[in-house]
Ligand binder design. Structure first.
Ligand code: C5P
Length: 396
């Protein structure tokens, strides 16, 4: 998709370079792009027809716009103008390019290009955040001189860099979980005591986020429900941000049906029963307030025992300090999940908030599998490998 920015001229170079790498390119021009770059040149370089009219009867008869949006392995929008980003973020479909973007089920890579102030505008920031949350990959823009004479961030990344990113996507390994939907919970929950205070824990979200990213790389359509964390949303994943356990439970139920659920969040077991609308005042000489706690919903057990939409595979974590295997097997039975990744969080271990994890994987009645201490990304990769084997009909 070529948008109507000055950087559209760079697309000719991009198409030529992709062609040199043996990538078949099919181009769609917006009306504004046609003013900036010759459709004839685009057609010549891409060795084919250029698409630009939503309601062209011959095109619709030859190839409906839905098909056009599904036949590609990857959809690239370059340059993506502020207007095109806004349309994408809001699901508008009033021309061929925006209609294809709404109808596609393929990964979308976007290279924005615009005036630096337009890029910095809160409206564009919102749109970009929303697109990231929808799983769109945003590449650039780069800093430097822009065509309008202002210096700042707004230049489209160079075609060479775009080619690298496109080839990396196309070469991305096998996608054994393509066509499957997954739900992952991650991070801590915050349970409010009053408008400014809350109960929390030390979970960083690193393990859950790594699992969501690995599932997405394996081709699954992933919803990540994350409590408050400071790490970025993973690429290619729909991330839903929540604060409390009850919000997390609600977001998880809303994400159903899914094939795979991995509950990696450190959900608070309890919440203060009543949350006053005003900050609790410290009374000089008075007694400290007493917090009455109520039990939070158990998300893992709720998913594993769902009466109508139980995922085919439900995976939980067990952070234990005692006899790992016995505790984990008991937890598996209590919660009704299929697999458990148990880890030791005794004093001296740094699993919570740390970068590494030592896992004992329990997948049923068979023997537990002890993994060596691994980076959380590697734990995620191994878990996804096991999930892929199970869905391929292998041992579970
Ligand atoms: O009961 P416990 O917190 O030890 O269980 C850990 C497992 O249960 C983790 O997979 C965690 O994500 C999940 N869990 C949950 N909802 C809760 C408590 C735990 O999903 N309220």
């Amino acid at each position: 998709m070529i948008g109507g920015g000055i950087a559209a001229y760079k697309c000719l170079d991009l198409i030529r370079r992709l062609d040199e790498h043996g990538v078949a390119v099919r181009c769609v021009l917006t009306a504004a792009a046609k003013e900036l770059v010759s459709p004839l040149a685009v057609a010549a370089l891409s060795h084919g027809k250029v698409f630009d009219e939503l309601f062209s009867l011959t095109d619709e008869a030859e190839m409906g716009h839905i098909r056009l949006s599904r036949e590609a392995d990857l959809v690239v929008v370059a340059p993506a103008t502020a207007d095109l980003l806004a349309k994408m973020a809001n699901g508008l479909a009033d021309d061929l390019a925006s209609t294809l973007l709404l109808a596609t089920d393929k990964p979308v890579l976007v290279a924005p290009a615009m005036n630096p102030r337009m890029w910095a505008h809160p409206a564009t920031r919102r749109n970009v955040e929303r697109l990231r949350a929808d799983g769109v990959t945003i590449l650039g823009p780069a800093a430097g001189d822009t065509a309008c004479g202002e210096v700042g961030t707004g230049r489209m990344v160079e075609p060479t860099e775009l080619v690298e990113a496109i080839l990396a996507r196309l070469r991305a390994g096998p996608r054994p979980l393509a066509g499957l939907r997954a739900l992952v919970t991650s991070g801590p929950t915050h349970e409010p005591i009053d408008p400014v205070r809350f109960i929390a824990n030390r979970s960083s979200g690193r393990q859950g986020h790594a699992i969501a990213a690995a599932l997405a790389r394996a081709g699954a359509e992933v919803t990540l429900v994350s409590g408050p964390v400071t790490i970025p949303d993973p690429e290619g994943v729909r991330t839903v941000h929540v604060e409390t356990a009850r919000e997390m439970a609600e977001a998880c139920l809303a994400a159903l049906p899914v094939d795979i659920a991995v509950c990696a969040a450190a959900v608070a077991d309890w919440r203060p029963e009543e949350v006053p609308a005003h900050k609790i005042k410290k009374m000089p000489g008075g007694p400290p307030p007493t917090l009455r706690l109520a039990e939070n919903p158990d998300i893992l057990a709720t998913l594993a025992r769902h009466p109508t939409a139980r995922p085919r595979l439900v995976v939980g974590f067990a952070a234990e300090t005692g006899d790992l295997e016995t505790e984990a097997r008991a937890k598996m039975a209590k919660k009704g999940c299929d697999w458990i990744l148990a880890n030791d969080v005794s004093e001296g271990t740094t699993v919570f908030g740390g970068a590494r994890n030592r896992i004992l994987l329990i997948t049923g009645d068979g023997p537990a599998e002890a993994w060596p201490e691994l980076a959380k990304e590697e734990v995620a990769r191994r878990l996804v490998e096991r999930i892929a084997a199970m869905f391929a009909g292998g041992r579970s």
